[in-house]
Design a protein. Structure first.
Length: 691
C-alpha cells in the first residue's frame, strides 16, 4: 500500500506516511490511540487508505484551512487562521488541506479553531473518528503503442485524456488529473481496452506532423479532446464553435495561451463548486469579464470552453499563475515516450530548434573570475577536461523552470531522460527515515561538508538518517552508491575516468546499478557521471558542465542543500541557487527535476523578497509548485491581514507588513529570503541587523 498509518513514538497520535512520495504528516491526540483499518468508501471524496481512532481531540501541528461538509457534500463551515467555528451534532466530512490530502469523518458535534501555529478539532468527549488520506502518487494506468506515423501518433496522444478523473472545472486541481498512459514505439498502433477518452465534445484539428502533435499534447489532455488531421490548426466543438490556433505569434504561442486561459478560468469557475472560497484571482478578474461563473460551473465542458475563449487573453494574462515548466522537445518520434510525463506536469511544450554550440557559453565575467581567483578548481587534474561538442541552448521562456528532451547537453535547462521517469515509477516504497549520504573525497573541501552537517536533518518534523563519509576507495564508493539512499551529496573531484577515489577512479557507468534516488555531484564536469547514475537507477540530480572554482561550488552546494531541506524540488532549487554564484550557469539538472528530497513545511515552498517601505516592509512571495502540489493548488499566506486564497506558482502576492509581524512570520518555518539581491534564511534573519 502507498499510504500507511502508524502510531507516534514521542507523543500520542498517528502519522500518515506516503511510502512512495516520502511524505509524512502527523495528527496529535491527547492520549494514545489504536488505529484500525476501515472501508474507504465511507468518505465523500476518494481516499486511498483509512483508519478509525477513538479520541476527544485531534491537533494538527500546522495551520491549514478546514472545510466541514454534511453528508450531502454541502459546505457547513470554513475555518481559516485565527478563526473558530462550532458545529452542532450531526454527520460530517472534515476536509483538511494538509500536505498529504486528509479527510476526517465523524458523527458528533465539535469545534474547529486555528491559531498562529496549529489547527485543533475538539470533540469534547471520546468519539470515533475515521481518518482517510489520498496520495498524489500516480502512474500510467496502461501503455499505448504507436508507430512513427503522425496519424497513429494523433490516436495515441488523444488517449491522454483518459486519465482525467473528472471533466468538471475541478480537474484544474492537480489531484483530479491522473497520469496519462505511457507511450512506446512499435510496429503498429495498439490502444489497450479500457483506455477510453471522455466524450467532452472538443476536437483539435492539426496538421499531421509530429511538431504540431507534440505541442498540442498538454491541451488535448486537459480538454479530453479528440485529435483529427486538418489543413490548419484549430479547436472545434460539437456545438459548432471554432477557434483558430494560429495567433499573431504563431501556433505554439497560441496553444500555450489557450491552455493557460482555459485552465485559469476553470480555477475561477470551480469556486462555485466544492470549495466556495474567496480566491484572489477571481476578485481581480471578475469585474473585467462578462462571465457568469455560477451558471458556467453547471454547463458542459465544450460550452465552458466556448465562453472562456470569448475573453481577450490580455484581460487575464497578468493574473495567470506563472507556469512551472517549459519542455523544449526535439520533435522526433523516439521523444514521444517522454510526452506523458511532461503532460502530467501540464508543461508547455516547445519544438523550436535550439541554437547549437560546440562548447558551453563562458561569459567574460566568468573568465575573469577564473583568471583573478587564487582559489583552486574541483578538477581532478591540471589537464583541461574533454570538451563536449553537442551543447544546445533552448530559448528562454516565461516559466519558472526549463527542460530539454533530445540529444545534446542543454545550457540553462534540465536534461530530461526516459530512464529517469521509468526509475521514478519503479521507486520502492519505504516507511523509513529520509536517508542522506554526504561523501567528501578531498580534505580541502571540508567547508562544504561542515555546512552539509549543519543543514541536512535539522527539521524537527521529519526523521533523517545522515551519513558522512570521507576519502573513500573505489570499492567503498561503489558500495555506498549501491545502498538505498534518498539523496547523495558528493564533494570532490570527477574527470573523464569517473569519481576520484583514494585508489583511482570509479566510473559509475560500469556499475550494475545504484540505489541512489537523487544526487548533487559538486565536482568539475560531472555531467556524464550524473547520466551514469540515472542509467543505473537514479531519478534526478544536479551536475556541472565544466570546471568550477571551489568557493563558488561551496556557495552553490550550501544553497542547494538548504533549499532541498526546505522542500524545494531539484529544478526549482537550482533555479534559485544559480543566482548565488557567478558560476551558477555551469550547473544543470539531469533526469526528473520535479522530485523533492524532503517535503515543504506548508506544502508549497516559497521565496520571499523583502524591502523597506515607509514604516513597514514590502514582501513579495513567489511560490513553487511540486509534484505533490502542482498547478491549480491554492495557497494562503499566513500573514496577519491576508484572508485571500491565491493560486500557487510564481508571484503569489505583495504585502505591506509591520516589522514585528514580519519577524514573527519569518520564524514560522525555514525558507529563503532575498534582500537587496542577497539570500538569507528566515529563522536566522534579524531585521534590525539589516534595516
Amino acid at each position: 500500500m502507498t499510504l500507511t498509518f502508524t502510531t507516534l513514538d514521542d507523543r500520542p497520535g498517528i502519522e500518515i506516511i506516503d511510502r512512495i512520495e516520502r511524505q509524512r504528516y502527523r495528527l496529535h491526540t491527547p492520549s494514545p490511540v489504536s488505529p484500525t483499518p476501515v472501508d474507504v468508501d465511507a468518505f465523500h471524496f476518494p481516499v486511498g487508505s483509512a483508519v478509525a481512532v477513538r479520541t476527544s481531540e485531534i491537533v494538527l501541528p500546522t495551520v491549514v484551512p478546514v472545510y466541514v461538509r454534511d453528508v450531502g457534500g454541502n459546505m457547513v463551515a470554513e475555518v481559516k487562521q485565527f478563526e473558530a467555528e462550532t458545529v452542532p451534532d450531526g454527520s460530517y466530512s472534515i476536509d483538511l488541506c494538509t500536505r498529504i490530502k486528509t479527510y476526517l469523518r465523524a458523527d458528533a458535534a465539535f469545534e474547529v479553531s486555528v491559531d498562529m501555529e496549529q489547527t485543533r478539532i475538539d470533540f469534547g468527549e471520546p468519539t470515533e473518528v475515521r481518518v482517510g488520506a489520498r496520495s498524489r502518487h500516480d502512474r500510467p494506468a496502461a501503455t499505448v503503442t504507436t508507430t512513427e506515423d503522425p496519424l497513429d501518433m494523433m490516436a495515441a496522444v488523444e488517449t491522454f485524456g483518459s486519465a482525467l478523473k473528472t471533466t468538471d472545472p475541478e480537474r484544474s486541481y492537480p489531484t483530479l488529473r491522473g497520469h496519462p498512459p505511457a507511450l512506446e514505439l512499435g510496429d503498429s498502433l495498439d490502444i489497450p481496452s479500457g483506455v477510453e477518452r471522455p466524450d467532452t465534445g472538443v476536437r483539435l484539428e492539426l496538421p499531421p506532423d509530429l511538431p504540431s502533435i507534440f505541442v498540442a499534447a498538454p491541451l488535448a489532455y486537459y480538454l479530453g479532446a479528440s485529435i483529427r488531421p486538418g489543413p490548419s490548426p484549430r479547436l472545434t466543438t460539437d456545438d459548432g464553435f471554432e477557434y483558430a490556433l494560429t495567433g499573431p505569434d504563431g501556433y505554439e504561442r497560441e496553444v500555450e495561451r489557450v491552455l493557460k486561459q482555459l485552465f485559469f478560468l476553470d480555477c475561477l469557475t470551480r469556486t462555485e463548486g466544492y470549495y466556495e472560497i474567496d480566491l484572489h484571482e477571481r476578485r481581480a478578474v471578475e469585474p473585467y469579464v462578462d462571465l457568469d461563473f455560477e451558471t458556467l460551473y453547471h454547463r458542459p465542458l465544450a460550452e465552458q470552453v466556448a465562453e472562456y475563449l470569448t475573453v481577450p487573453y490580455d484581460v487575464v494574462e497578468e493574473h495567470i499563475p506563472e507556469w512551472r515548466l517549459t519542455a523544449h522537445v526535439d520533435p522526433v518520434a523516439r521523444n514521444a515516450e517522454q510526452l506523458p510525463f511532461v503532460v502530467d506536469d501540464l508543461a508547455i511544450v516547445r519544438t523550436h530548434q535550439p541554437h547549437q554550440r560546440t562548447q558551453t557559453s563562458v561569459t567574460a565575467s566568468v573568465e575573469q573570475e577564473f583568471t583573478r581567483s587564487s582559489d583552486f578548481t574541483r578538477a581532478a587534474s591540471a589537464e583541461p577536461a574533454a570538451v563536449q561538442t553537442d551543447y544546445v541552448e533552448p530559448q528562454s521562456e516565461s516559466t519558472l523552470e526549463q527542460a530539454w528532451i533530445g540529444d545534446g547537453v542543454p545550457i540553462g535547462a534540465s536534461k530530461l531522460t526516459p530512464e529517469a521517469f521509468r526509475n521514478r515509477l519503479d521507486r520502492e516504497a519505504t516507511d523509513g527515515d529520509i536517508s542522506i549520504t554526504v561523501v567528501q573525497n578531498d580534505a580541502r573541501m571540508a567547508q562544504e561538508r561542515q555546512i552539509a552537517d549543519e543543514v541536512y536533518g535539522n527539521r524537527e518534523d521529519l526523521p533523517f538518517d545522515i551519513t558522512v563519509r570521507e576519502n573513500l576507495t573505489r570499492d567503498e564508493l561503489a558500495e555506498t552508491l549501491a545502498e538505498q539512499n534518498d539523496f547523495f551529496h558528493y564533494i570532490g573531484h570527477i574527470d573523464a575516468d569517473g569519481f576520484t577515489c583514494e585508489d583511482g577512479a570509479l566510473d559509475v557507468r560500469t556499475l550494475d546499478g545504484v540505489g541512489v534516488d537523487t544526487f548533487l555531484l559538486n565536482a568539475c564536469s560531472s555531467y556524464q557521471q550524473g547520466l551514469g547514475l540515472i542509467d543505473g537507477g537514479a531519478i534526478g540530480g544536479i551536475v556541472t558542465l565544466n570546471e568550477v572554482l571551489n568557493d563558488g561550488a561551496v556557495k552553490i552546494g550550501e544553497t542547494v542543500a538548504r533549499l532541498l531541506n526546505c522542500g524545494f524540488p531539484l529544478r526549482a532549487a537550482l533555479t534559485i541557487a544559480r543566482d548565488e554564484s557567478i558560476l551558477g550557469g555551469q550547473y544543470i539538472v539531469v533526469g526528473d527535476g520535479g522530485i523533492t528530497v524532503t517535503q515543504s513545511a506548508n506544502g508549497s515552498p516559497n521565496l520571499l523578497e523583502v524591502s523597506a517601505k515607509d514604516s513597514a516592509f514590502k514582501v513579495k512571495m513567489t511560490t513553487y509548485t511540486t509534484d505533490q502540489r502542482g498547478l491549480g493548488t491554492i495557497f494562503m499566506p499566513f500573514i496577519d491581514g491576508s484572508e485571500d486564497y491565491f493560486l500557487a506558482s510564481g508571484m503569489t502576492g505583495k504585502f505591506q507588513v509591520p516589522k514585528q509581524e514580519l519577524q514573527r512570520f519569518l520564524q514560522l518555518e525555514e525558507g529563503p529570503v532575498r534582500i537587496n539581491g542577497s539570500l538569507y534564511w528566515s529563522r536566522s534573519l534579524q531585521l534590525d541587523d539589516l534595516f
